[in-house]
Write a protein that binds this ligand. Structure first.
Ligand SMILES: *Cc1c(COP(=O)(O)O)cnc(C)c1O
Length: 404
């Protein structure tokens, strides 16, 4: 899965920020560097907090930032820097660590897509920058392998004024290239066609059309962070707050230096732009860098083993209930982590998965997971160590109560 040699190459650089804040690898997810808060803000607000057995869903606030990330953000809040300076330095550091030409921190993967698209459409022409989202006179058609199902993320591109042209075959993609073609875009996880990445890169290069791959939720595995820029994609985008557990409002735009420079013309601090609302300040920029470095330096195999142990524990507890079966599922691309589906015979346990979901939300501790017809899906990805116990026993309790 992970190519050891390239991995070692990527992981060899000494992280500047790691040296400042102590080795990321040495600090466990559970270890707390920060002072305990003196106020219980969420309970003051009457807010329900919960165990996340669902994954990095935006609606569930995504992921929990590790202490190293918060330390970096806390450090940054004490100092002024020029926003362009920190983007320059952090972008260069990220590019160096990932072995790509250039990088910039955006306010999420979605804005990485918008800014990248805008950069492709306008280049370094400030008048064109001010013109968006009006695409008059600009190349603005985007060829996209048809997604398996509709996903709203392409709004990130249409926000810039682009028009999406869905194609289903290599021949159709080549035939659709014309004077208005601005970019070829791939939703890494949802490509429902036989058009391969190699095809996309080849067609892009042959016609001098930039290519972009949206890999928002596609780490792990860690090597996706360099796989597609290495392959020849001109731009690759990631969410910062999913697998990397950086700030939720951060993301990465990686790729060609000229296109990253052009994308940044649409980003704050510049004001007359479509990207002015996509602000990411020094705290998130630094937090994103530290999250990325921590992620690169992590022992990924040990992490995978912890997930498998958590799943094995949950399976051992719930399988004690009559008719319950479990099945482990690892999506190939996006959310590539072990999940377990817990199913039961409704003749024996007369309750639906949605009812189990509601009971778990309403219980103590509250738990969020996805319920289906006669099953629930559990993701251990975003659980804290020990959460698997509460999840396993609450599911068992709810199922046993349904029998009684
Ligand atoms: C989550 C996601 C996005 C949006 O990412 P943000 O970091 O939340 O802006 C875009 N594309 C895909 C495929 C995603 O999964």
């Amino acid at each position: 899965m992970i190519n050891r040699r390239t991995l070692l190459k990527r992981l060899a650089a000494t992280p500047i920020v790691g040296a400042l804040f102590g080795s990321a690898a040495a600090t466990s997810a559970a270890g707390s560097l920060l002072k305990a808060p003196t106020r219980d803000y969420f309970s003051e607000l009457g807010l329900r907090t919960f165990i996340n057995a669902s994954g990095t869903l935006t609606a569930l606030s995504g992921s929990l930032m590790p202490d190293e990330v918060m330390e970096a953000m806390d450090y940054a809040r004490h100092h002024y820097v020029r926003l362009d300076d920190i983007q320059d330095k952090v972008g260069a550091r990220i590019a160096e660590r990932l072995g790509c030409e250039a990088a910039t921190v955006t306010s999420g993967c979605f804005s990485a897509m918008t800014l990248g698209m805008a950069g492709v459409m306008c280049g370094m022409d400030e008048e064109k920058v001010a013109q968006l989202p009006d695409p008059t006179g600009l190349k603005h058609e985007v060829l996209m392998p048809k997604p398996e199902h509709y996903v709203g993320y392409v709004h990130a591109l249409t926000n810039a004024g682009a028009k999406i042209i869905e194609v289903e075959t290599v021949e159709e993609m080549e035939a659709s290239v014309n004077d208005l073609t601005a970019m070829i875009f791939v939703l890494n996880a949802y490509n429902g066609t036989d058009i391969s990445h190699e095809d996309v890169v080849r067609i892009g290069k042959a016609h001098d059309i930039p290519t972009m791959n949206d890999c928002a939720a596609d780490v792990p595995p860690v090597d996706v962070l360099w796989k597609y820029t290495d392959m020849g994609y001109d731009l690759v985008t990631f969410s910062g707050g999913k697998g990397m557990r950086g700030p939720q409002s951060a993301g990465l735009l990686l790729g060609r230096a000229d296109l990253i420079a052009a994308a940044r013309l649409h980003a704050p601090p510049r004001g007359e732009t479509i990207g002015r609302g996509m602000k990411v300040n020094k705290e998130e920029v630094l937090g994103m860098l530290v999250a990325l470095e921590r992620y690169l330096d992590m022992d990924h195999e040990a992490q995978w083993q912890r997930w498998e142990d958590q799943i094995a524990y949950i399976e051992s507890v719930v399988k004690e209930v009559d008719s319950v079966t479990t099945e482990i599922h690892v999506p190939e691309i996006a959310n590539h982590v072990p999940n377990v589906r817990i199913s039961w015979d409704q003749e024996v346990i007369p309750i639906t998965g949605n009812e189990v979901e509601e009971k778990l939300q309403a219980g103590h501790p509250s738990i969020e997971l996805g319920g289906g017809e006669n099953n629930v899906g559990v993701s251990v990805w975003m659980m804290r160590p020990g959460d698997e116990r509460a999840v396993a026993w609450r599911i068992r309790e709810v199922l046993e109560e349904a029998i009684a």
